[in-house]
Design a protein around this ligand. Structure first.
Ligand SMILES: Cc1cc2nc3c(=O)[nH]c(=O)nc-3n(C[C@H](O)[C@H](O)[C@H](O)COP(=O)(O)O)c2cc1C
Length: 206
């Protein structure tokens, strides 16, 4: 395979060599690497440091087969040694916002901040604040892909699945919103060359 990395890639290398990979080498993923990839994703920024992202880590062929069934039978779900189901749980984030505040903060300050934060969202319904929470989780989703690539792993982001069925399979609450599924492993195929808009097409310089 091309694009094998013998060391941690630079961010530029990771971005340039990432491809959506749908066929993976049939070997388990190194658990320390998997944890490191997840740890790197936890360093993603989020508004108010709210960290709405949650990840179901699936390394179970039977469960992956069920997940594939509700993902329009996309074969990468069982080809990969692991599938990360990345979702946002804004209701959990709201209920536990104190956990995101630095330990150095005074008790009074923590209380004021937490109350202020909850008040900001009190006027929104679950779907509205869920959409806001998902915007945060999408950042971590992107971090996961680049972190994985920097450690020599490959991924394919997926939104082609039935959200309600995935919630049912994993026992997730109704209100969570998915950033996507992310099959992860080592590439057994090259993926497609990038073809993208150029900078002039997407950027307006003022
Ligand atoms: C949010 C999102 C959802 C996607 N859903 C799927 C999917 O369900 N199945 C799939 O095979 N690829 C999926 N893709 C992969 C895209 O097809 C791919 O990123 C795009 O064609 C560019 O190719 P590259 O990732 O190799 O650069 C998805 C990508 C993103 C970002």
């Amino acid at each position: 395979m091309t694009a094998t990395l013998s060391r941690s890639a630079t961010v530029k290398e990771a971005i340039e060599t990432r491809r959506s990979i749908r066929k993976f080498v049939q070997e388990p993923i190194d658990q320390a690497d998997l944890r490191e990839i997840l740890r790197l994703a936890t360093l993603a920024p989020s508004a108010n440091n709210v960290q709405t992202w949650r990840v179901a880590v699936i390394q179970n062929p039977e469960l992956q087969a069920k997940l594939q069934e509700v993902s329009y039978n996309q074969s990468q779900v069982t080809s990969a040694p692991a599938v990360l189901v990345v979702y946002s749980d804004m209701e959990d984030a709201l209920a536990t916002i104190e956990q995101t505040l630095p330990a150095s903060m005074s008790e009074e300050e923590r209380k004021t901040r937490a109350e202020g934060f909850r008040k900001n969202f009190a006027g929104q319904d679950v779907a509205q604040r869920g959409a806001w929470g998902l915007a945060q989780a999408n950042i971590a989703f992107a971090y996961l892909m680049i972190a994985a690539r920097s450690l020599g792993y490959d991924t394919v982001p997926m939104l082609g699945f039935q959200p309600d069925k995935v919630k049912e399979l994993l026992g997730l609450p109704e209100h969570v919103q998915f950033a996507g599924l992310l099959p992860i492993g080592k590439r057994a195929e090259d993926g497609f060359p990038h073809h993208r808009h150029n900078v002039e097409r997407i950027a307006t310089f003022y």
